[in-house]
Design a protein around this ligand. Structure first.
Ligand code: APR
Ligand code: PHB
Length: 392
């Protein structure tokens, strides 16, 4: 078995791991990324695409803001659709901020290109990645590549390996608490090269269920409809999808839907999940490894980015000022922001979906929630300040 050394081993080359690696590279902190999948596999995953201003600022400061500034679409508002009418919420008027629509796949691509240009080490298709001895002062990570065993000795391990990763699973049961809610429906999503129905996003609550009109560019739309969690993608022809989407929108928006062949179609479950704490000796959990939010609040990637910001500050402080204060504070600082985003995402999900078990009372409360929201500047401001992103 070959043994090498680095300062930080990062497990996972999703947005969390790649962004952490990028910030550490620029700070002169040696790191290695171990990723189970191939680069092409990682780039083929379709994820959400709404970036908070703080996320855009951090990506820009990390040197990956160029294409984002050119291709990102700045949105100053969103619309809610219910009772067959559209209600616009002016995010910028209410908060002074905007969001940027730029696909997570593109963020990942930009980070991979920057890492390659820097010459930092990423090992793709690393099998059996195992974090070891992180409760002591000499952690290490073992893995197998092309049938050969390797070991990397390090100072810290960053678990950026998503919900199904090995990092959280390596922590002894008694040391970690988890909190979870699974929602009784899924989102069927499609990508199609047709112009979006509107220049901003539309979140719709209809008697037939939730729908979302989003986009990747001015010529590529991303649409979703709520569906039963046990539905099969094969049962959803494009025709059925377009028909269902239109039936969930107000008549004017429905009339503007441009249909075309989809080139991606998948069903995703919705879940809220938080693990606590986020630090176990010299192992840190970051991004989806630590928390999952339902996509209704568009918070998944943004939360991963705020975790990375807190952890990178702690690591830079550790190596620069020989102070452990930032690392000691990581879990508490990150969790404070995570729980607020978990609450917002749960609330948006609850307000906008049709729940199979809802009573008539629950239904009336949901209608009152929506009616109050669009009649109150205070309520719209509250939604907006969460949507554009709470401060780091
Ligand atoms: N060993 C090595 N790599 C692993 C392992 C493992 N045992 N298990 C998982 N991975 C890799 C996955 O293949 C994936 O590339 O870790 C990476 C985790 O990436 P993401 O799931 O994208 O998680 P994260 O980087 O935290 O990004 C959070 O992604 O899921 C969305 O909504 C979420 O937008 C948010 C963002
Ligand atoms: C998306 O474009 O995929 C998207 C946008 C907003 C959301 C969720 C997903 O809330």
């Amino acid at each position: 078995m070959s043994v090498t050394r680095t300062k930080v081993v990062i497990i996972g080359a999703g947005p969390s791991g790649l962004l952490l690696g990028q910030i550490l590279d620029r700070a002169g902190i040696d790191n290695v990324i171990l990723e189970r999948r191939s680069k092409d596999y990682v780039l083929a995953r379709v994820r959400a695409g709404v970036l908070e201003q703080g996320t855009v600022d951090l990506l820009t400061a990390a040197g990956v803001g160029e294409r984002l500034a050119e291709d990102g679409l700045v949105h100053h508002g969103i619309s809610l659709c219910f009772d067959r009418s559209l209600h616009r919420i002016d995010l910028t008027e209410l908060t002074g901020k905007a969001v940027t629509v730029y696909g997570q796949t593109e963020v990942t691509r930009d980070l991979m290109a920057a890492r390659e240009a820097f010459g930092a080490r990423t090992i793709y298709e690393a099998e059996a990645v195992t974090p070891l001895d992180f409760d002591g002062v000499s952690p290490r990570v073992t893995y197998v590549k092309d049938g050969v065993g390797h070991e990397i000795a390090c100072d810290f391990i960053a678990g950026c390996d998503g919900y199904h990763g090995i990092s959280r699973a390596s922590v002894p049961d008694g040391a970690i608490a988890t909190y979870e809610r699974v929602y009784p429906f899924g989102w069927l999503g499609i990508l199609a090269d047709v112009p979006p129905v509107d220049h901003e996003l539309i979140y719709a609550n209809s008697p037939r269920g939730f729908a979302l009109c989003s986009m990747r560019s001015l010529t590529r739309s991303r649409y979703y409809v709520q569906c039963p969690i046990d539905d099969h993608v094969e049962d959803w022809t494009d025709e059925r999808f377009w028909d269902e989407l239109r039936r969930r929108l107000d008549p004017a928006s429905a009339a503007r839907v441009v249909v075309g062949p989809s080139f991606e179609k998948s069903i995703a479950p919705l879940r809220s999940f938080v693990a606590e704490p986020l630090r176990f000796g010299r192992l840190f959990l970051v991004g989806d490894a630590a928390h999952i939010v339902p996509p209704t609040g568009a918070k998944g990637l943004n939360l991963a980015v705020s975790d990375v910001r807190y952890l990178s500050e702690g690591l830079i402080e550790h190596y620069g000022e020989q102070s452990g204060a930032g690392l000691d504070a990581y879990s508490v600082r990150a969790l404070a922001r995570i729980w607020k985003a978990v609450r917002f995402s749960w609330w948006m999900t609850t307000m906008l979906h049709r729940f199979p078990q809802a009573t008539t009372f629950d239904q009336r409360i949901q209608e009152a929630d929506l009616a109050y929201l669009v009649s109150s500047r205070a309520a719209m401001t509250s939604l907006s300040e969460n949507y554009v992103g709470l401060p780091f």
